[in-house]
Design a protein around this ligand. Structure first.
Ligand code: ADP
Length: 220
């Protein structure tokens, strides 16, 4: 069977990915330079090995070429993260996801061809900051540098009014793409303009950050 995933670096982030993928029934090769980390994952991942992935021969011996998607979750050692990514790229791995420690690291990873660069601490910090600013902003997902999707709770200003009346698209340039109605289980993914909103309904809104920000200030 072709192995699906390898996770390099079994710290908090890599470890969490490894646990989730394994719990979903995926075949995961878990790799760390430290024996204690590897032992921790012996009964969790399909395979767990001790290896220093900055050594090209070690990578080859692991048969990493046969793995479709490799996640590099090496923490503080930025040099090891970059070197590992570079070699995975040279070995022709189909998909490489790498955790970046800072913006400089992210820039280098993009330059050397990492397919996906994630920045979990920064992104989670941003999401939490948005929910701290307003208790009605439940979640915030960045789509690009200047576009996002936000999840907001309808308050008094929206209660009893329709999307048409609120005129969100024309007034703020944002689109309400879905509504989770209070007291309803489902989610309405094609809300009509004449739908009446109620306090506690949850709106999923997409738009440019500056437009979302105006929308939040005036209506949420
Ligand atoms: P986190 O912030 O996700 O907890 P850590 O820095 O604690 O990140 O974890 C990174 C992991 O990567 C550690 O368990 C470390 O042993 C491992 N690691 C570091 N360098 C290498 C390497 N060259 N090869 C394999 N694993 C490595």
């Amino acid at each position: 069977m072709k192995r699906e995933f390898a996770v390099i670096g079994l710290g908090r982030f890599g470890g969490s990915i490894c646990r989730e993928l394994s719990a979903e029934g995926m075949d995961v090769l878990a790799i760390d330079i430290h024996e204690d980390k590897v032992n921790e994952f012996k009964n969790i991942a399909a395979h767990a090995v001790i290896a220093d992935t900055t050594d090209e021969n070690v990578l080859k011996e692991l048969g990493i070429r046969n793995i479709d998607h490799v996640i590099v979750a090496i923490g503080d050692n930025i040099q090891a993260s970059i070197l590992t990514t570079l070699m995975l790229k040279e070995l022709g791995i189909n998909k490489i996801t790498v955790k970046a420690q800072n913006d400089y690291h992210e820039k280098v990873l993009n330059k050397i061809g990492a397919d996906q660069v994630v920045h979990p601490e920064r992104d989670m910090g941003k999401r939490i900051a948005h929910s701290i600013i307003s208790t009605n902003i439940l979640d915030h997902l960045e789509l690009s540098d200047d576009h996002s999707i936000v999840e907001v709770k309808a308050g008094e200003k929206m209660h009893g009014r329709t999307l048409l009346k609120l005129d969100i698209r024309a007034q703020f340039g944002c689109n309400v793409v879905a509504i989770k109605e209070a007291n309803e289980n489902g989610i309405n993914v094609s809300p009509m303009a004449d739908q009446i909103l109620h306090r506690e309904d949850i709106l999923i809104v997409i738009g440019a950050d500056k437009d979302i920000s105006r929308f939040e200030k005036q209506l949420v």
